[in-house]
Design a protein around this ligand. Structure first.
Ligand code: B12
Ligand code: SF4
Length: 489
């Protein structure tokens, strides 16, 4: 007998002209469903909708699952959910992923969304498919939120599934060539508990590990079947369990395949690894470590419970230089309570790293602090002035290019955004300057001057750049909307 279908959709986010990363969450869900159902994976970033096939798929599927995170993606997800409901009002639309898990009540305000899967979706998803295909009672499904007669019900047991299963994500359902890199997961969670990190809510401070043999089976498959030679581990904290990481690294080292990889690492870990361990990281093929230094102020680091200090940064850089890997240093500006001196200290540190460690630091990337649902800024640090967004559209403005700091003045928010944009041009464009047009070239010189002189206050040209970026986003959203309207009619 034919298996019943479940349609899994990754939203079209037409924001950048670069290849996307694989939709790993949906690939895990597809793998879990497969023994009993037929998952159909549609990644709208790399394929478009064929109206007839899509309608047919909706008629054949038990439900549609859509994955989304915070930021502009939320609006694109809403567009596709509305299209689905217009084409087939009876099909249940299920949202899952980090944002819906953290803000189920907000997501369920949208008429086009029926059910939220909370946390990891694999088990919930199976239960949902069973219940929805047999006309059973949704009340029996664990870890969901849903709307019934206008009321929202949340059935959350914060149940966390073990990752210790031999199931590997459904790589065969995607065309690897469509993606920028190959992402693999060896663990989920982080025990540190930084105030601003989704881990607090999503993974409850806990770390879960995948069996290292299963991880290696996946990597071997990717290498042998798809000729993949570089892996990006997207763990929250790859080295949280050092022994687990060691087992995986030893397999890399001993394989003789000369594979390379990159991953996340905490500054306190990198500064405290033994020399043997660092040698293993090197011998196993590590090329790049993403290290969240966040701020150059120990006071700010302490206030957000980051549990690292600034002195560890230099230690990290020395070790990266000695053992030959790049550090991608990540900083956040505008953290709650950060004062101007502390902000300037961070910018100075960025210059210091670029100057002193130009051989082993990859341009530090800045983000602006942004609150997440259930993770508001400390009220004392923001004078109680934070007001949480109430709709998905409002949340769509919350991402790391945008200063949503209601506790700061408009001029101060502009200041933070100008820093991000001038730095972006100053740090990246010089390399590509010969290839750019005259406007970009002018902006680069402008950014250079502003960065050197720390002139971020009144910058109409950067406001124009930001407005342009915003206009492009609106245009992309409008394009999506029009395309879907045409499909509806
Ligand atoms: C790779 C990555 C990216 C990639 C691509 C993401 C992608 N393809 O999904 C890129 C670089 C583009 C990216 C960008 C951004 N990212 Co990002 N990213 C990640 C990262 C490191 C890994 C994602 C991943 O593959 N996880 C592994 C899979 C297995 O887990 P999962 O996707 O959560 O799926 C599971 C569950 O959520 C659930 N589930 C998911 N979807 C669905 C759907 C259904 C129907 C069901 C039933 C269940 C379900 O089941 C899945 C299996 O267990 C995560 C951190 C992390 N370790 O998860 C951050 C993370 C998701 N990113 C985050 C953020 C903030 C961003 C940005 C907004 C940053 C910015 N610039 O402002 C942008 C947004 C870009 C956009 N398009 O709008 C946050 C999201 C926080 C939030 N509250 O939503 C995270 C958690 C990082 C963090 N520590 O804060 N990101
Ligand atoms: S160390 Fe990184 S992953 Fe862990 S809680 Fe802090 S920000 Fe999140």
């Amino acid at each position: 007998m034919d298996k019943k279908k479940v349609l899994l959709v990754y939203t079209n986010v037409r924001l950048r002209n670069q290849k996307p990363r694989p939709p790993l969450g949906l690939m895990y869900l597809a793998a879990a469903l497969r023994p009993k159902y037929e998952p159909v994976l549609l990644d709208l970033r790399v394929e478009s909708i064929d109206r007839i096939k899509f309608k047919q798929l909706l008629n054949e599927s038990i439900y549609v699952g859509i994955s989304t995170i915070i930021g502009q993606q939320l609006n694109f997800s809403l567009e596709i959910a509305r299209l689905i409901k217009r084409l087939n009002p009876h099909i249940p639309v299920v949202f899952g992923g980090t944002f819906p898990t953290m803000a189920p009540e907000i997501v369920l305000k949208e008429e086009c969304i029926d059910i939220i899967s909370l946390g990891d979706g694999e088990d919930t998803h199976m239960e949902l498919a069973d219940v929805l295909s047999s006309g059973g009672d949704i009340q029996s499904v664990h870890n969901i939120a849903y709307r019934k007669n206008g009321k929202v019900y949340i059935q959350n047991e914060c149940r966390q599934r073990s990752l210790d299963t031999p199931v590997m994500p459904a790589w065969d359902l995607v065309n690897i060539n469509n993606y920028r890199e190959v992402n693999v997961l060896t663990s989920k969670g982080c025990s540190t508990g930084c105030d601003f990190c989704y881990n607090k809510i999503f993974n409850h401070h806990r770390i879960r590990l995948r069996n290292s043999d299963n991880v290696w089976k996946e990597i071997s498959y990717l290498h042998l079947e798809h000729h993949i030679n570089h892996i990006a581990f997207v763990d929250d904290n790859f080295f949280e369990d050092r022994e687990h990481a060691r087992l995986i690294m030893e397999k890399f080292r001993d394989s003789g395949w000369n594979l390379t990889w990159e991953t996340t690492c905490r500054a306190d870990d990198l500064s405290s690894f033994s020399n043997d361990y660092l040698q293993l990281i090197h011998d196993a093929g590590c090329r790049e470590l993403f290290v969240g230094f966040e701020s150059a102020s120990d006071r700010v680091l302490k206030s957000v419970h980051k549990k690292i200090t600034n002195s560890q940064m230099v230690e990290c850089m020395e070790r990266a230089r000695k053992y030959g890997f790049l550090v991608r240093a990540l900083f956040v500006i505008g953290l709650p309570g950060e004062n101007k001196n502390e902000l300037m200290q961070t910018l100075k540190t960025v210059d210091f790293l670029r100057r002193e460690y130009s051989d082993c630091v990859k341009i530090p990337v800045f983000g602006i602090y942004t609150p997440y649902p259930q993770l508001p800024p400390n009220p004392e640090a923001v004078d109680g002035k934070y007001r949480e967004p109430k709709t998905m559209q409002e949340w769509s403005f919350y991402h790391h290019d945008k200063a949503n700091h209601q506790w700061l003045s408009a001029a101060q928010r502009d200041y933070l955004e100008n820093i991000i944009w001038t730095y972006r041009y100053y740090a990246k464009r010089s390399k590509y300057l010969h290839k750019t047009g005259s406007v970009d070239r002018l902006l680069y010189y402008d950014a250079y001057l502003r960065w050197k002189l720390r002139l971020f206050s009144w910058a109409p040209e950067w406001k124009a750049v930001r407005n342009h970026e915003q206009a492009m986003y609106k245009e992309a959203l409008q394009e999506s909307h029009q395309e879907y309207e045409a499909i509806k009619s």
